[in-house]
Design a protein around this ligand. Structure first.
Ligand SMILES: [Zn+2]
Length: 226
């Protein structure tokens, strides 16, 4: 069951208990960031709020973000994640600096590869708001196992986002606790560096093909046992 919250003016959050999406309603168009799992029924949730045409942009191509695309048919997604999208979906490229205006918001695209090669964040500098997909979370677990992820790039992207943290007050991740503060970026970075340096002990996950690594702040699911 998807819960809908009006979080700020013209800004709705959908949450089915597993993953969140964000809907911004404008005058002529609505902007949807991510589409949930196939069975998250995000299209129905959107249509309860607005009849406007919907422009869809994705933080990345994982199945819990791209699963609802078949109901929309089209989206903007970074090219490096196009191979993750299943079915007959019209894809438009998304890259650094692309701007989306809607409902009084101005979201600028920041490339943050690592969680996936095509991961992006959206920042509204005036509202000091950052939508980082799965790449910034308070405690995690942040999924970093599998061939479409790269820990070195993730670390570089966290460093890049740290340079933006003075321009951010509110971070809305797609999983687990929200809203969270900009200090989480540096904390994720600190723990990702500890993971990279082999300082964290891994524990075999009971059913996923990975190990759990708990840093000081953040848990990562990653494959190599330290
Ligand atoms: Zn996710």
């Amino acid at each position: 069951m998807t819960e809908t919250t009006l979080f700020m003016d013209n800004f709705y959050i959908f949450d089915d208990g597993h993953v969140r999406q964000f809907l911004i309603t404008g005058e002529d168009e609505a902007l949807l960031i991510d589409t949930g799992f196939e069975d998250s029924h995000v299209y129905e949730a959107v249509r309860k709020i607005t009849d406007l045409p919907v422009r869809v942009i994705l933080t990345h191509g994982d199945v819990d973000h791209a699963g609802g695309l078949k109901d929309f048919g089209k989206c903007c997604l970074h090219k490096a994640d196009w191979h993750l999208v299943k079915g007959d979906i019209e894809l438009e490229p998304l890259s650094e600096g692309d701007v989306f205006m809607c409902g009084g918001y101005r979201f600028e695209t920041i490339e943050i590869p690592g969680h996936t090669y095509g991961s992006v964040a959206f920042i509204d500098r005036e509202k000091k708001l950052l939508l980082p997909g799965d790449s910034v979370q308070k405690a995690g677990p942040i999924f970093m196992f599998g061939s479409h992820r790269n820990l070195d790039l993730y670390i570089e992207s966290q460093k890049k986002m740290c340079t933006l943290s003075e321009q951010v007050e509110t971070i809305l991740p797609c999983h687990h606790e929200y809203p969270i503060g900009p200090e989480c970026i540096g904390r994720n970075l600190e723990d990702a560096l500890a993971l990279k340096n082999g300082e964290l002990a891994g524990e075999k996950h009971p059913y996923l093909p990975c190990y759990s690594y708990k840093g000081k702040w953040t848990e990562f699911y990653y494959e190599n046992e330290a």
